[in-house]
Every structure is written in C-alpha cells, then in structure tokens.
Design a protein around this ligand. Structure first.
Ligand code: HEC
Length: 113
C-alpha cells in the first residue's frame, strides 16, 4: 500500500515536470515584450501583417517558434524580426510561452472573416 502511494507520488511529480508552465510562459512573454508587436492581450497586433497569437493552438505556436530558431535551414522560417526574439529561448521556454499564449482568449475563427 505504502509503496504504491510513493510510486503514485513520483508519477505525479514527473508528469508536472514535463508539463508546460503557463505562469513561466507569461513571465517570459512579459520580459521579452512580445506584446509590443503582437498587441494588447496578444489579440490586437500593432500592424495587420503581424499575427494574432491569443488562443492559437500551443502546438502550432511552439512549432512556429522553433522554426524561427532554425532560421533559413530545413523546416525553418526565415524572419529576421522573430529570429532575434527566439534566439535565446530554450525548448522549455518555447513550450511555456506557447502554452500561455494558447490559454488566452482570442478571436481566432475558422472559415470566412
Ligand atoms: C518587433 C516586433 C515583434 C516582437 C517583439 C515579437 N514578434 Fe512575433 N512576430 C512578429 C512578426 C512581424 C511576425 C510574422 C513573421 C513572419 O512573417 O513569419 C511574428 C510571428 C510570430 C509567431 C508566428 C505566428 C503564426 O501564426 O505563425 C509567433 C508564435 C510569435 N511571433 C511569437 C512571439 C513571441 C513569443 C514573442 C516574444 C518572445 C514575439 N513574437 C515578439 C513580430 C514580433
């Protein structure tokens, strides 16, 4: 009985270690001033060509950020503005930021606008 409780406790701890940390993502987004371009609530970009991020799928956002990090190579995105933004972020930072942005209420919609 005791052993299985300990095993369960370990299972919970390791699950948390792997999960994205939304609070850390919020802190990073603030520290990096991502909203200075992507806009208030990440839903009102300062320029129409800048993407809205609020409510976008975290998987997609993380994939995009990793692609900017890769740069112009295979499976990369070549954008000088975003390359500078992501250069110093670890994979864990990216996962946390993506989870935070995805958790925000957004005006994303499918179909015609
Ligand atoms: C100086 C302005 C600026 C800042 C600051 C900035 N971005 Fe961006 N971001 C852009 C632009 C412009 C694009 C579109 C680039 C392109 O065409 O690929 C973009 C694209 C993105 C995308 C891809 C979205 C999609 O739908 O494909 C993500 C995700 C993103 N930014 C996240 C961030 C995060 C996180 C930060 C803070 C660490 C940040 N950005 C800071 C200007 C900025």
């Amino acid at each position: 009985m005791k052993t299985s409780l300990i095993a369960l406790a370990f299972a919970v701890v390791s699950f948390n270690a792997g999960a994205a940390d939304i609070a850390n993502g919020a802190n990073l987004a603030k520290a990096k001033a991502c909203a200075s371009c992507h806009g208030a609530d990440f839903n009102k970009p300062i320029d129409p060509s800048y993407p809205k991020l609020a409510g976008q799928h975290p998987d997609y956002l993380a994939h995009a950020l990793i692609a900017y990090k890769r740069g112009s190579g295979a499976n990369g995105r070549n954008n000088p503005i975003m390359a500078g933004q992501v250069a110093a972020l670890s994979d864990k930072d990216i996962a946390d930021i993506a989870a935070y942005l995805g958790s925000l209420p957004g005006s994303m919609a499918t179909g015609h606008r």
